[in-house]
Write a protein that binds this ligand. Structure first.
Ligand SMILES: CC(C)(COP(=O)(O)OP(=O)(O)OC[C@H]1O[C@@H](n2cnc3c(N)ncnc32)[C@H](O)[C@@H]1OP(=O)(O)O)[C@@H](O)C(=O)NCCC(=O)NCCS
Length: 158
């Protein structure tokens, strides 16, 4: 890692920065619009984290939600193209999974495009396995892979 970064909760106050970063991270047709991000960042079931440089710039974010049955659903993960392969994606996923566990989740699930090999490599490294192929999952007709990972129980308070 090249510099000290911090991981903090992402809130609706980060809406504009998150939207701009999302635009840089995802291709046309894969980005979230502001209304969807606002809905997510104000939803009490949603857990969102951002990764910041010492100057306060957001260079990565992750959004997940708690679902019934102790499932944590990873909704979106993005790292600024200029700041990739520094372990930031992994740090964000670790933080989200920890929060999922604290909220009682025992399993994490996510969907990833079949051709998104970078994200699949990250998720595999983190212990996710493919459990299902979802044909035409995305609006453009692309297939997804459903990946899952059992989560450990949260560490007891000292
Ligand atoms: C997927 C993404 C979040 C990864 O972020 P990142 O900060 O670069 O990931 P990390 O540096 O934490 O990578 C951890 C490991 O994942 C794997 N990995 C990450 N990117 C990879 C790539 N492009 N090719 C192959 N393996 C990759 C590697 O094993 C890597 O470890 P290493 O660098 O020691 O080899 C980033 O590429 C991104 O924002 N992509 C566009 C948005 C996206 O696809 N999001 C996920 C779908 S919602």
């Amino acid at each position: 890692m090249v510099c000290e970064v911090s991981i903090r909760p992402m809130t609706v106050r980060d809406l504009q920065a998150c939207w701009e970063l999302d635009q840089r991270c995802f291709a046309d047709g894969e980005t979230y619009d502001r209304d969807t991000l606002r809905y997510l960042l104000t939803n009490p079931l949603v857990i969102a984290r951002k990764i910041e440089l010492p100057d306060g710039r957001m260079v990565g974010f992750v959004i997940g939600s708690m679902e019934p049955g102790g499932v944590g659903h990873v909704i979106a993960l993005g790292v600024d193209p200029q700041w990739r392969r520094r372990g930031f994606g992994r740090l964000l996923m670790d933080a989200l999974e920890e929060a999922f566990s604290e909220h009682g989740a025992t399993i994490a699930r996510l969907e990833v495009r079949v051709d998104n090999h970078a994200a699949q490599a990250l998720y595999q490294k983190l212990g996710y396995t493919v459990t299902q192929h979802l044909p035409r999952y995305y609006t453009n007709g692309e297939d997804a892979l459903l990946m899952m990972k059992p989560l450990p129980s949260p560490a007891p308070d000292e």
